[in-house]
Write a protein that binds this ligand. Sequence first.
Ligand SMILES: Nc1ncnc2c1ncn2[C@@H]1O[C@H](COP(=O)(O)OP(=O)(O)OP(=O)(O)O)[C@@H](O)[C@H]1O
Ligand SMILES: [Mg+2]
Length: 351
Amino acid sequence: MPFKRPHFNPTPLYPVAAIVLAATIFTVDTITKLEIAIPVFYTAVILIAARFCNRLGILLTGLACIGLIFVSDLLTPDSSLAGVINTAISILAIAATAALVLRVKANEQEAYEARAQLSHVARVTTLGELAASIAHEVNQPLTATVINSNASLRWLSAEPPNLAEARQAIENIRRDTERAAGVVARVRALAKRAPMPKSPLDINEVIGEILMLSASEIRQHQIALSVDLRPGLGRITGDSVQLGQVILNLIVNAIDAMETNPPGERQLTIRSGDGAGGVVVEVSDTGPGLDADAVKHLFNAFYTTKTSGLGLGLTISRTIIESHGGQISATPREPHGATFTFTLPAIRNGA
Ligand SMILES: Nc1ncnc2c1ncn2[C@@H]1O[C@H](COP(=O)(O)OP(=O)(O)OP(=O)(O)O)[C@@H](O)[C@H]1O
Ligand SMILES: [Mg+2]
């Protein structure tokens, strides 16, 4: 997916709309009684400003709106308690909206900078494959960040703004940004040949965490999810971020594979259990499945049938599983679809 700088809309329509709206609110606020909380509508001015202003501009717009409230209050002398409370609520709403918009803008900027840095790394590095693999790993959380930024702007633009949903979207942005930072830290450790942080893990917990991360994606694609995790599985030794990445890669591939299915026929199944080689995890879908050619090349670097794919997800997944002493394979699923299975050695009792 081509990366776009967070853009400011250059059309003069937004500044004009913001000024007209602010002037209208100011006029109506000045000629109506203070008991009516007209100034709350200044939050809409901030949301419009978010379309064309940078962070400083948004801050100044917020301050200007608060200033207009005070000027209007001076022009309408009324010291009723309801009026004072309404003024306070309006100022709080404006401050909260401005703070949320600033937070979203900051995240967009961070996402831009991280990607810009990444593309610089890709240009200067001689380790082309390593650069491509970082791009692949970091792409998912960054894409999610952009989606969540747009979602929070939408929630904030709703009438009335849905602050709870906006807060949730921003919380998702924080989690995805931390995830991207985790991936980068591990790649850095790899480059330094530092040992990977491996610790005893419950694979069901890793699956649960990734399912939480991908829940909205799965819902958006109208996929029926079936999860069957065997309780009390043996622990494995590994890096939860890397193993999480494998599960996420498999889920994303399954979602992509079912894109052309009618919504009622999109079934994603995730299972865990015990097997001869240790702990077994299966991710299956009801997509078009795998033909003989695909089965042969799936795990090869840069093998892809997608216009926007890098063809690295499965290559990276296999490297990770093998570095954990395990194996990964793909089989067609009956009557249609694909099943990806990986096995990881369980820690023996007393080990
Ligand atoms: N669940 C699946 N069903 C059918 N085909 C699949 C499935 N998973 C992977 N494939 C095929 O294997 C190819 C390689 O997958 P891989 O994850 O390595 O790369 P990609 O998904 O194309 O790109 P990306 O690097 O973004 O992951 C895919 O392009 C697709 O053709
Ligand atoms: Mg993939």
